[in-house]
Design a protein around this ligand. Sequence first.
Ligand code: HEC
Length: 113
Amino acid sequence: MIRSALFLCSGLLLFLAAACTSNSNSAAEETAAAPAVAAELPGKALYTQNCAVCHGPDGKLGLNGAHDLTKSNLNATGRVYMVTQGLGKMPSFKNQLSPEQIQQVVDYSLTLK
Ligand code: HEC
């Protein structure tokens, strides 16, 4: 009887200690990761969904004659035009993406180096 109570007690303590450490860890990770994720995300997700097929996750794939985005000299205005209107084998995204999303994905594409 006493033994099982002791067992239960130390088991509970272990559990509490584990719950406690994992809680404080994930809280710390969240606060540390939040700003980076916010700065990175909207355009990156759009890029992965819409552009990576041809340009690759890093912009260098060049499938079907897609240009290497890390070597592109086009500025933001040129890229917005390109993504909105398309050119040659590059599809137009004006029916898939809002102007705001196009701006975000272009901003992300400019970070590929
Ligand atoms: C179906 C394949 C395909 C997809 C999907 C695609 N592209 Fe392209 N992209 C191309 C091709 C092909 C070219 C070259 C077009 C040309 O010059 O004739 C190109 C060219 C470009 C250029 C111009 C690079 C330069 O300096 O010449 C930019 C910028 C660009 N794409 C951005 C994007 C972005 C951003 C997305 C996603 C919203 C995207 N592309 C999706 C095929 C694709």
